[in-house]
Design a protein around this ligand. Sequence first.
Ligand SMILES: Nc1ncnc2c1ncn2[C@@H]1O[C@H](COP(=O)(O)OP(=O)(O)OP(=O)(O)O)[C@@H](O)[C@H]1O
Ligand SMILES: [Mg+2]
Length: 435
Amino acid sequence: MAQVTLENVYKSFPQRKGEETVTPVTLETLPRKDNPIETANPTPSGSVNILRRINLTVNDGEFMVLVGPSGCGKSTLLRTIAGLSGLTGGKIWVGDTLVNDLPPKARDIAMVFQNYALYPHLTVYDNIAFGLRRTKLGNNTADVRMGNEKGKKIPGWMEDLLVGMTRNLPQEIRYISEKEKAVDEQVRRVAQLLQIELLLNRLPKQLSGGQKQRVALGRAIARNPQVFLMDEPLSNLDAKLRAETRSQIVKLQRQLGTTTIYVTHDQTEAMTMGNRIAVMNRGEIQQIAPPLELYNHPANKFVAEFIGSPPMNFLMVLVKAPRTLHHPQFRLTLPEFWTTFLEKYDGLLLFLGIRPEHLILGVPAPKNLRVQVESVEALGNDTYISVALADSSTLQVRIPPDLDVKIGDQIWLSIADDKIHLFDPKTGIAIGANF
Ligand SMILES: Nc1ncnc2c1ncn2[C@@H]1O[C@H](COP(=O)(O)OP(=O)(O)OP(=O)(O)O)[C@@H](O)[C@H]1O
Ligand SMILES: [Mg+2]
């Protein structure tokens, strides 16, 4: 097992007609503990930056989740770590080894692809065994059995040939080397772990999506690599199988203790699977933090909006010293600790962010908002309503499921003033955030 360290990683692709040379970035990257280094951009002219300034350390045995909108560079990042795609700049370390110039095979990393990438002509057994047969299990020479003098060695290549030639023969006359015995043990152990023992003789086309997924996982696990890279491995599964496989992966990862980087679009996966989450946008890492810290203390407006479903609501407000926020529909005085943070924003506009669960049904008051209910989504355990303000902008609100609220109702909402977030309108950076 090993720590994975990315240091100032850049990746660019040759520019295509009509594309910008450098990916535009709306948010200034903050100088922070986890993204401290800034060097010259190594991108050659005429290229498009896909990854910029990626600094990320995944600790030994850690489960790191990578999230971000489609096209932000998640798969590209995984492929550069795996060695399937080269770097434009920066360094990648696996443990103490700088792997920049090592081919994928030498990196001891297993990748699970979104589309499984199973070998269609090989059985489940052979799909799982494939990587093992080419790697470190067993010796290159072994005791010769099957009538040969015991203890005499034959070269590894000849053994592999014999194993291959007799593989489809009946068990009794098959040539089984020590290496093949070790492969067999490992394949069966992994199949048991993933509950696919009964599928070992099938071809991939005879499997359901979920079963294929588990075979792909099995193939990665069997190799017992230093690092797992998983690219949206559950995206093709139905909700139930997805939830089951999700907890299975987490359990397996804990058991094996293998350093893992897991890419997903799914909010629940991101929040529940990882020790930490790295949020990416437009080729840059926006924030790296444990799930709840990310939810409670987003570093900028992008992270605030991306993490959480339904997403955080935003309202434009005017700051009046020392700590009052003015909106056409309400006036809110914040707790005292905001005073120092808001000093320099006196008379300026800011984004106020508030999560759906922090808007509470209230009474008519200057600090509260009068809204009209536009839609009601009762999910059973929770009810979400969408409400419109006087300027016809909308907010998402979570209310207790037993509350009787109907479309068209006029209601008052109170903002939990200890749960608000404020963002600089130019940079999007969270004001007063402690990170
Ligand atoms: N070989 C390539 N040549 C040029 N551009 C590429 C190449 N591969 C990827 N890109 C571009 O790089 C960007 C990032 O792609 P990538 O596949 O890493 O995104 P992603 O975050 O994995 O998205 P998704 O969530 O949709 O899988 C995209 O704009 C894509 O078009
Ligand atoms: Mg992708």
